[in-house]
Design a protein around this ligand. Structure first.
Ligand code: F6P
Length: 366
C-alpha cells in the first residue's frame, strides 16, 4: 500500500459563487487515477466544515463530526451550485481577544491532515499564513466578491456577483422609467470599488460611486439635473457600501465588529438617495442589494476559475510549494507567497479607470 497524504480543505469568510467548483477540482485532481499512477503516494481529501471554526473543537467527537470525506462521487455536481457546501464562518483562531490557535494546530495533527487548502480572502488567508509560520503546510485559493485581494487579478465569486447586480439593475430600469425615478443601488465592496464599478459599467449605470474616490453630493445632483435636461427619464446610481461623501466617513449599519475587526457596513445608499431627493426634488428610491449579490448560480467564468484554481492548488501540493496562494495574473494561472498579499488591497486605479467628473468608468481606455 502506498503512502497516503491527507489534504484538508476549507472555505472561510463570506460565501460566494465558485467555492464549490474549487473544492470539486481540488478533490478531482488529487484523486485522479491517472495521476495516481505517476505518484509514489496517494492523496485523500477531507472537507472541514464552517471554515476555521471546524478546527476549533476540543471535543474529539465534535471535531470529527465537522470533517467529511470528499470523493469524486461526492463532489461530482458541486460546480453548478453557489455558496459553499462545506459551510463557512468568520471564526479567527488568532483572535487577539481569544487566541485558540493551539487547539487548531493540535486538531490538524489529530485529524492526520498533512496539508491544508484554505479558500478565502485576506482574513482567511491571514490565518493560513500564521498556521504556515507555525509549521503547517498550507496552500491558498483566492475568493471574495470584492476582488480586493492583492497579488491576483481574479478572486472567485466576483463575476457572478457582477452578473447578479447587472440583472437586478435591468429589472429596476423598467420601474425606474415608469415612475421617472432615480434608483440608488448599494452594492458590497468595503474597501474596493471593483464590484460597483464593473457592475455599473456592465449595467450602464449613469453614476457609480466607489470607496477609492470620495464623492461630492452637489456634483451628483448636478449630473442628475443635467441628465434630465438632456432627456433622461430616470437614473441609475450604483454606490459601493464603502463609498463616502467628501469630508464624511463610511456608513456602518451597527457598531458590531467581526472576529477580524471589521464593522458591518451599509446604508450609504439611503444617505445618497435622501440627498438626491433633497438636492434635485426628484423622487429617489434606494435598493440595498446586500447578500443577494452573493447568491445565484455560478457564472461560467467562476466555474472555470474554480476549476483552474483547484487544479493549480493540487499542482502546488505536488511540488510541496507551501505558503503559496494560487493566483491569476495577466491571464495566466500562477502563484504568489500568501504573506506577500496580506494587508495590500487591490484597489481601483482611479486616474486610469474612473472618471472623476462623470463619476463613472473612464472614457479614456487607450
Ligand atoms: O466578503 C466581503 C464582503 O462581501 C464585504 O463586501 C461585505 O462588507 C461583507 O462581505 C459582508 O459580509 P457578512 O455580512 O456576510 O459578514
Amino acid at each position: 500500500m502506498s503512502k497516503k497524504i491527507k489534504i484538508g480543505i476549507l472555505t472561510g469568510g463570506g460565501d460566494c459563487a465558485g467555492l464549490n467548483a474549487a473544492v470539486k477540482w481540488v478533490t478531482k485532481t488529487a484523486l485522479d487515477r491517472q495521476s495516481e499512477q505517476e505518484r509514489d503516494f496517494q492523496y485523500e481529501v477531507v472537507g472541514i466544515k464552517d471554515g476555521w471554526k471546524g478546527l476549533s473543537f476540543t471535543d474529539k467527537k465534535e471535531l470529527e463530526a465537522n470533517v467529511i470525506t470528499l470523493t469524486e462521487d461526492v463532489v461530482r455536481t458541486w460546480d453548478r451550485f453557489g455558496g459553499t457546501f462545506l459551510g463557512t464562518s468568520r471564526f479567527n483562531p488568532y483572535n487577539t481577544k481569544n487566541n485558540t490557535s493551539k487547539t487548531t494546530l493540535a486538531n490538524i495533527k489529530n485529524l492526520g491532515i498533512d496539508v491544508l487548502v484554505a479558500i478565502g480572502g485576506d482574513d482567511t488567508l491571514s490565518v493560513a499564513a500564521k498556521l504556515h509560520k507555525d509549521g503547517v503546510p498550507v496552500v491558498g485559493i483566492p475568493k471574495t466578491i470584492d476582488k480586493d485581494l492583492a497579488g491576483t487579478d481574479y478572486t472567485l465569486g466576483f463575476e457572478t456577483a457582477v452578473e447578479v447586480i447587472t440583472d437586478i439593475v435591468d429589472k429596476l430600469r423598467t420601474t425606474a422609467g415608469s415612475h421617472s425615478r432615480v434608483f440608488v443601488i448599494e452594492t458590497m465592496g468595503r474597501s474596493a470599488g471593483w464590484l460597483a464599478l464593473k457592475a455599473g459599467e456592465s449595467s450602464g449605470a449613469f453614476i457609480t460611486l466607489i470607496p477609492e474616490y470620495d464623492f461630492d453630493m452637489n456634483r451628483v445632483n448636478e449630473l442628475i439635473i443635467e441628465g434630465r435636461k438632456g432627456g433622461a427619464r430616470y437614473d441609475i446610481v450604483v454606490v459601493s457600501e464603502g463609498a463616502k461623501v467628501r469630508g464624511g466617513t463610511v456608513v456602518a449599519r451597527d457598531k458590531k465588529f467581526d472576529a477580524f475587526g471589521h464593522e458591518t457596513l451599509g446604508g450609504v445608499g439611503e444617505l445618497v438617495a435622501a440627498e438626491i431627493t433633497k438636492g434635485t426634488g426628484i423622487e429617489t428610491r434606494c435598493v440595498i442589494l446586500s447578500h443577494i449579490q452573493r447568491g445565484g448560480t455560478p457564472c461560467a467564468y467562476d466555474r472555470r476559475m474554480g476549476r483552474y484554481f483547484g487544479i493549480a492548488a493540487v499542482n502546488l501540493i505536488d511540488k510541496k510549494e507551501w505558503g503559496q496562494l494560487v493566483c491569476s495574473k495577466e491571464g495566466t494561472i500562477s502563484s504568489v507567497p500568501i504573506v506577500n498579499v496580506l494587508g495590500h488591497l487591490s484597489l481601483v486605479d482611479v486616474p486610469n479607470m474612473y472618471d472623476t467628473i462623470r463619476y463613472n468608468g473612464s472614457r479614456n481606455i487607450l
